[in-house]
Design a protein. Structure first.
Length: 332
């Protein structure tokens, strides 16, 4: 039997925190504890105050204590705790890091957006069936505070799983909702302002990432998978049904626009949406709409390539954290 390590990965974003425990060997990653998700809204008002709110920190610590209890039952060779957009922006992040370290015995790593993009791409492409999906891949990781665009190799001159270009945009479901979509439901003026903001960020990203080369769009994160499930007509969220599902872009635009214009009370009627996403899923859907539309336009303009669908994936940053950390421990 080959060498293997058991590792835990924790992905702490603007809206949610996730834990995964897996065994990593030369063949890949083998799940021991399926992904655990808690919506903690760590990034509450960070875009405005540049600080973590006390109640947001308490929600994060409560989730960390739950994860500590799980890890007590599943011994690991190492834990990697990665924090992303909201933590990069918070002036009191040391308080958060100290609190997490006291609970879990590991200090959060506040990684830059470029590393977040690389890890998201690694996780998303680790399970891609390359016979079905043509490269280059554009992995879109749409979070609460930031959205990463990562373009992979062409599968000929460079490996399809090798990152070619990446860019992290400071737009996401929480940030756009707090910044622009304050009315319930949002007004057209608010939506127009959000679109202008989103498009400006996408245009900037496209100066680094040649999105027009894309052949396959892979969407990861809670916003993408939630909106995919709604477009599929699922009455309750089913990750096995959503993972790997190919959705026509027109279906995505239709469902995104419909839920953007709903009141929060109307969204609450859909059990497919996690309660912690009810108030921000419209902002996330708007970001997703604009990314899809502009990538499709760029592909058409660059080489006449028609992109009429995307693939939803349950595998992203968290999988990348676990796989990368396990490989580094194996190589040590």
């Amino acid at each position: 039997m080959g060498k293997a390590v058991t590792v835990a990965g924790i992905d702490c974003g603007t809206n949610s925190i996730r834990l995964k425990v897996a065994r990593v060997d030369e063949r890949g990653m083998h799940e021991i504890v399926p992904r655990q998700l808690r919506v903690i809204r760590l990034g509450q008002d960070v875009d405005k105050t540049h600080r973590f709110a006390d109640e947001a920190l308490e929600r994060a610590y409560a989730a960390a204590r739950e994860f500590a209890a799980i890890l007590a039952e599943h011994p690991v060779d190492g834990i990697r705790f990665v924090a992303t957009s909201a933590t990069r922006d918070a002036e009191n992040r040391e308080e958060f890091e100290d609190g997490i370290e006291s609970i879990l015995g590991v200090r959060p790593e506040v990684i830059p957006g470029t590393e977040e993009a690389d890890l998201s791409f690694l996780g998303a492409t680790s399970v891609v069936d390359r016979g079905e999906l043509p490269a280059p891949y554009l992995v879109v990781d749409l979070g609460g505070g930031s959205t990463e665009l990562v373009l992979g190799g062409d599968g000929v001159e460079t490996p399809a799983t090798q990152v070619r270009a990446a860019f992290s945009m400071n737009i996401g479901s929480v940030r756009m909702t707090e910044r622009h979509l304050r009315t319930d439901p949002p007004t057209q003026e608010e939506i127009d302002a959000a679109i202008a903001d989103i498009d400006e960020h996408i245009d900037e990203a496209f100066r680094t990432v040649p999105a027009g080369l894309t052949r396959t769009i892979i969407g990861v994160s809670g916003t993408v998978t939630t909106m995919t499930a709604l477009a599929m007509g699922l009455r309750e969220y089913d990750h096995t049904a959503v993972d790997g599902y190919r959705l026509p872009l027109q279906d995505a635009y239709d469902v995104d626009n419909r839920f953007l214009l709903m009141t929060r009370e109307q969204r609450r009627e859909y059990r497919t949406i996690h309660p912690g996403r009810i108030d921000v899923v419209g902002g996330g859907a708007l970001v997703w709409n604009r990314v899809l539309a502009k990538v499709a336009e760029a592909a058409e303009a660059t080489h006449g390539q028609t992109i009429d669908s995307y693939v939803a994936s349950e595998h992203g940053l968290l999988d990348g954290i676990v796989l990368d950390y396990g490989r580094r421990l194996l190589a040590a």
